[in-house]
Design a protein around this ligand. Structure first.
Ligand code: SF4
Ligand code: SF4
Ligand code: FES
Length: 256
């Protein structure tokens, strides 16, 4: 297969506004969209801003939208598009633009800080933790996350409703709560921290209506909805309607 020229529309601008600019760029066999962005910088738009690091689908920094779909630019092969197709590259829509294809993803770091970290079991020092594979198997999948935030960008709860950002952690961080809640050695409960209740009350689990859009865009193929969010919802509901928990809350309230 030979080189050909493709039509690209690339968003250029900053927080004050911008628009799509047309470019015709050479495409070669085996190239990915990030190669085209680099060629564009080298030949026609030297000041085009794009964030990337590994070009191997592992650092999670080259996230953008290609033809409206959240994707990693370095893992999107040009061969998935027709040669005659116009390819539109825009910044992540759910986050504020810094410049061109670079967005300010600090919303995600704020949400990460809001999830209480792993609580080590009392009496065990580093190196003394022992877990059975069958106990960690369910949550191990979530550790593959590269923090590309494509799931955060695609989730309609924040993508379409800016006002939800304050009370909704988004799929990536609800998955983190689920991971810690499944962790066989997490001692949060012993300190009075109920991760299931906080998922519901502080991280906005109830906003999720299990559309699975987050799962569809995850480049690590993590089954965010089926394996993290739905089980977390089920456990949160079980806890809420557990008669012993209900009785305990009632007694506590009376004693206050
Ligand atoms: S499944 Fe939930 S978290 Fe994922 S995109 Fe849908 S609403 Fe958002
Ligand atoms: S869960 Fe998947 S889509 Fe979301 S941040 Fe992690 S790797 Fe990216
Ligand atoms: S450049 Fe690292 S994931 Fe794309």
């Amino acid at each position: 297969m030979s080189a050909y020229e493709a039509h690209f529309r690339v968003w250029r601008g900053d927080q004050d506004g911008g628009g799509l600019k047309d470019f015709h760029v050479e495409v070669n066999d085996g190239e990915v969209v990030l190669d085209i962005v680099h060629r564009l910088q080298a030949t026609q738009a030297p000041d085009l801003a794009v964030r990337w690091n590994c070009k191997a689908g592992k650092c999670g920094s080259c996230s953008a939208e290609v033809n409206g779909r959240p994707r990693l630019l370095c893992m999107t092969r040009m061969s998935v598009f027709e040669r005659s197709e116009t390819i539109t590259i825009t910044p992540l829509r759910a986050f504020p633009v810094v410049r061109d294809l670079v967005t300010d993803v600090s919303f995600n770091y704020t949400k990460a800080r809001e999830v209480p970290s792993f609580v080590p079991p009392e009496g065990l020092g580093p190196g003394e933790y022992r877990m059975w594979q069958e106990d960690v198997g369910r949550s191990q999948e979530f550790r593959k996350c590269i923090e590309c935030f494509l799931c955060q960008d695609t989730c309609h709860v924040v993508r379409d409703f800016e006002e939800n950002k304050e009370s909704f952690a988004g799929p990536r961080f609800l998955m983190r709560v689920a991971e810690l809640d499944m962790h066989p050695l997490d001692a949060a409960a012993e300190t009075g921290l109920d991760r299931k209740s906080t998922a519901q009350e502080e991280h906005g689990l109830g906003y999720c209506n299990i559309t699975k859009c987050c799962t569809e865009v995850c480049p690590e193929q993590i089954k965010i909805t089926d394996n993290a969010l739905i089980p977390l919802k089920e456990r949160a509901a079980d806890r809420k309607y557990d008669p012993l928990v209900w009785l305990g809350n009632k007694i506590r309230r009376r004693g206050q």
